[in-house]
Design a binder for this molecule. Structure first.
Ligand code: TYM
Length: 350
């Protein structure tokens, strides 16, 4: 075994989205725009987390379609398969292998605190899949298989990232002797930093400003999908819930007005301006003016993406090729991590 001091990679980004239906404006503003920007400064690995998707029932034919659709959405939004690694999780065995080790590191009490499990399992927990319960361990494995240091996500993933850090820390401490023997003086896994930034880290439902915009909301009017056409986007914004007042001139005036807050936030995120800037233009006026300009802005940003998604989807073989190439590059990075984890834990390998 080598004894030279080894360090963790300094600047590696990992993130992922579930291939369950179309991506929506929350996914785009909360995560995707940061992913695109980080491609310029970091080594980036972006995953379509199909193993996470099956923690809830998925129709197999629809799942296959969704994996390709989300890949097309990644590329159409601006992720470049030459700059970043794009792949679907199930093609890289390291994710499931490391998740098993983490199932043995994480404590039941830690998982019991996860609010997303409570939300997704609903009232009858006994009927939820075991996979849904250990979902956060697989997420930790996704990130740590690449020993990633930065994870750009929306606010709803914060608790999962805290758990990832707890798992990394416990692994580093439980196995500190074996890790040091391999030449790592500062722990084997980094404690990855969540990157939760911008005005769109928590985009809310257009029908209820107190609920997160989500793929699972039964109301189509609650979310804008990035593949919606111009008329649909305009209609959804026109029908977005508001309150009876005019728009305030100052940010403090948005307090207690979740729908106003959400629409101004979406405008700010799409136009890359501050809430203050938006209220300078629209404060004192009616929602209808803001909605009209917001619809134009959303169409301007999203329509080219929708057109490009449709073009890419017409050639599924090319999408599969991008995924196969990405998986091959991902396996090369993740395989040595798994080999070393096996050595550290005391599992024999040939
Ligand atoms: P998922 O598929 O639910 O969402 C993908 C990304 O979009 C963000 N997001 C939002 N941001 C702002 N407002 C919203 N309304 C909104 N809805 C979703 C999410 O925060 C996320 O960044 N568990 C993850 C997927 C995952 C993952 C990972 C992420 C699996 N492994 C490893 C990072 C690293 C999830 O279900 O995201």
């Amino acid at each position: 075994m080598t004894t030279t001091n080894k360090t963790v990679p300094a600047n590696r980004v990992f993130s992922g989205m579930q291939p369950t239906g179309s991506l929506h404006l929350g996914n785009y503003l909360g995560a995707m725009i940061n992913w695109i920007a980080m491609q310029e400064s970091h080594e980036c690995i972006y995953c379509i987390v199909d193993l996470h998707a099956i923690t809830l029932w998925q129709d197999p034919a629809e799942l296959r379609q969704s994996i390709r659709k989300v890949t097309a959405a990644y590329i159409a939004s601006g992720l470049d398969p030459k700059k970043s690694i794009l792949f679907n999780q199930s093609q890289v065995p390291a994710h499931a292998e490391l998740a098993w080790v983490f199932n043995c590191v994480a404590r039941l009490g830690w998982l019991d605190r996860m609010t997303q499990f409570k939300d997704k399992a609903g009232k009858d927990k006994q009927r939820a899949s075991v996979g849904l319960y250990v979902y956060p361990n697989l997420m930790a494995a996704d990130i740590l298989a690449y020993r990633a240091t930065h994870v750009p996500v929306g606010e709803d993933q914060k608790q999962h990232l805290e758990l990832t850090r707890d798992i990394a820390q416990k692994f580093n401490s439980d196995y500190s002797d074996g890790i040091a023997a391999l030449g790592y003086n500062d722990g084997f896994f980094p404690l990855p930093e969540p990157v939760i930034q911008g005005a769109g880290t928590r985009v809310m439902s257009l029908r209820d400003g107190t609920k997160k915009m989500s793929k699972s909301d039964p109301s189509e009017l609650s979310r804008i999908n990035i593949s919606d056409d111009a008329d649909t986007i305009a209609k959804k914004i026109r029908k977005a819930k508001t309150d009876p007042g005019d728009l305030p001139s100052e940010v403090a005036g948005l307090d207690g007005r979740p729908e106003a807050q959400n629409l101004v936030g979406i405008f700010a995120a799409l136009s890359q301006q501050s809430h203050d800037d938006i209220l300078k233009d629209f404060g004192g006026g009616q929602f209808s003016k803001l909605k009209k300009e917001l619809a134009e802005l959303a169409v301007e940003k999203l329509a080219p993406i929708a057109t490009e998604i449709a073009k890419l989807e017409a050639d599924p073989a090319e999408i599969d090729r991008v995924l196969a190439d990405g998986a091959c590059r991902a396996r090369e990075i993740a395989a040595p991590t798994i080999d070393q984890v096996k050595d550290i834990v005391g599992l024999l390998r040939s």
